[in-house]
Design a protein around this ligand. Structure first.
Ligand SMILES: *[C@@H]1O[C@H](CO)[C@@H](O)[C@H](O)[C@H]1NC(C)=O
Ligand SMILES: *[C@@H]1O[C@H](CO)[C@@H](O)[C@H](O)[C@H]1NC(C)=O
Ligand SMILES: *[C@@H]1O[C@H](CO)[C@@H](O)[C@H](O)[C@H]1NC(C)=O
Ligand SMILES: *[C@@H]1O[C@H](CO)[C@@H](O)[C@H](O)[C@H]1NC(C)=O
Ligand SMILES: *[C@@H]1O[C@H](CO)[C@@H](O)[C@H](O)[C@H]1NC(C)=O
Ligand SMILES: *[C@@H]1O[C@H](CO)[C@@H](O)[C@H](O)[C@H]1NC(C)=O
Length: 337
């Protein structure tokens, strides 16, 4: 990572301005963020988020899959060998390299793991942080920004980015999934020197991640968790910058996961090829509101509006049905209990 001259100067001036005792306190108060994704540790979006969160003063530890793991949901895969059996994403790590490791320039803040998004988060929490960061407490797990949106209850279980997020919430750690509309599978190494390009989607989204995270921390007292236990947040960004020049600073909209335009995977048989094709699953059940504020717009409908808006939906990992639903089902099974 390159530090630009103004950043170096501003760090120096802060250091000079603060007496030693305060500096120590500041270090202790530095919030720690574990950063992961499903597009791999060398993806452009996650590296931009790492850079901007670090510049914003957070201690950021990046721990993400060595390979592209989109659509791997919450699966928990761990390496069965000490070395990689194939190249990682963009061949940034290669067949035969260790199955886990960090940036070669002794940067122990940036790690890869030959696993899934969920297990890469666990690798960061259970191995990297105890071994390299004195078992420091992680205040927030940030995942993404994903390359491509991850919208609605229909994609909740499928997305690896969201899978890493709900696995963090299972552990009682506040977590947010971010997904961008910039779906190109970009290697950060192809964009070196464009860190200050304010129309590059990855840079715009990284700044929006910082704005979101700053807001979350600003409103929390140091004693309590950032989010109520069992909850996490799913954020989706619209097209920005070069992908939509009219949108450089999207507005935040508070939304819900289910509702209109929610969809999931489906398939149809293709007589010509004798094979199946994937299709969109627009099912009525995905539009129903049972929990939460039914007056909120669905995240899928807000993104579909293409109105330079980012969605913010709160989910719960208490997957139980409502009491009413549960008692209806129980009565259908009466005789068993
Ligand atoms: C990385 O760390 C090792 C061991 O501390 C040291 O020998 C080596 O010079 C360092 N390399 C770089 C590029 O800083
Ligand atoms: C590591 O953490 C322990 C317990 O919080 C603390 O006493 C110790 O000073 C820390 N060490 C370093 C090097 O930060
Ligand atoms: C959501 O994420 C998965 C992978 O995490 C991706 O394959 C899928 O295309 C995304 N869904 C949508 C609706 O873009
Ligand atoms: C898409 O990603 C590839 C791989 O990093 C990169 O070379 C290319 O420039 C990207 N295209 C766009 C439009 O960003
Ligand atoms: C959160 O911060 C905003 C902006 O500073 C403020 O308006 C709001 O009242 C705060 N909410 C809480 C619960 O602290
Ligand atoms: C429970 O569900 C039934 C059937 O959908 C509905 O008629 C009833 O109003 C619900 N009761 C409560 C307390 O929500």
């Amino acid at each position: 990572m390159k530090l630009s001259i103004p950043i170096i100067l501003s760090i120096l001036s802060i250091v000079n301005a603060i007496p030693l005792t305060n500096r120590d306190t500041n270090d202790k108060e530095k919030k720690t963020i574990l950063l992961s994704n499903d597009d791999g540790w060398a993806a452009l979006n996650i590296r931009a988020a790492y850079r901007e969160l670090t510049n914003a003063g957070y201690q950021v530890i990046l721990s993400a899959p060595a390979s592209q793991r989109s659509g791997w949901s919450g699966r928990f895969v761990i390496p069965n060998s000490k070395t990689l059996s194939e190249d990682g994403e963009f061949s940034y790590v290669k067949k035969g390299d260790p199955s886990w490791g960090h940036e070669s320039d002794n940067n122990t803040n940036i790690w890869y793991f030959d696993g899934t998004p969920a297990s890469s988060v666990a690798f960061g929490l259970n191995y990297v942080i105890p071994k390299y960061f004195n078992d420091t407490k992680v205040d927030l797990v940030v995942n993404g920004p994903n390359e491509g949106t991850n919208l609605s209850n229909g994609m909740y279980t499928v997305s690896g980015t969201i899978g890493a997020t709900y696995n963090s919430v299972y552990r009682g750690i506040p977590s947010v999934a971010f997904s961008g509309s910039n779906g190109n599978n970009s290697f950060f190494g192809d964009f070196v020197g464009q860190e200050n390009d304010d129309k590059l989607a990855a840079n715009i989204l990284a700044n929006k991640v910082v704005e979101f995270v700053n807001t979350l921390f600003k409103n929390s007292s140091s004693s309590e968790s950032l989010l109520p236990i069992t909850t996490g947040i799913n954020v989706n960004f619209p097209n920005v910058g070069y992908d939509d020049e009219s949108c450089t600073d999207p507005k935040w909209v508070f939304t819900r996961l289910s509702g209109s335009d929610s969809s999931t995977s489906n398939l149809k048989y293709d007589e010509d090829s004798g094979l199946f094709k994937s299709a969109n699953g627009d099912f009525d059940a995905l539009t129903k509101c049972v929990f939460g504020d039914c007056n909120l717009k669905s995240e899928a409908s807000v993104l579909a509006n293409n109105n330079c808006e980012s969605t913010v939906s709160v989910f719960s990992i208490d997957y139980d049905a409502s009491q009413n639903q549960s008692s209806q089902v129980k009565s259908s099974l009466s005789g068993l209990f």
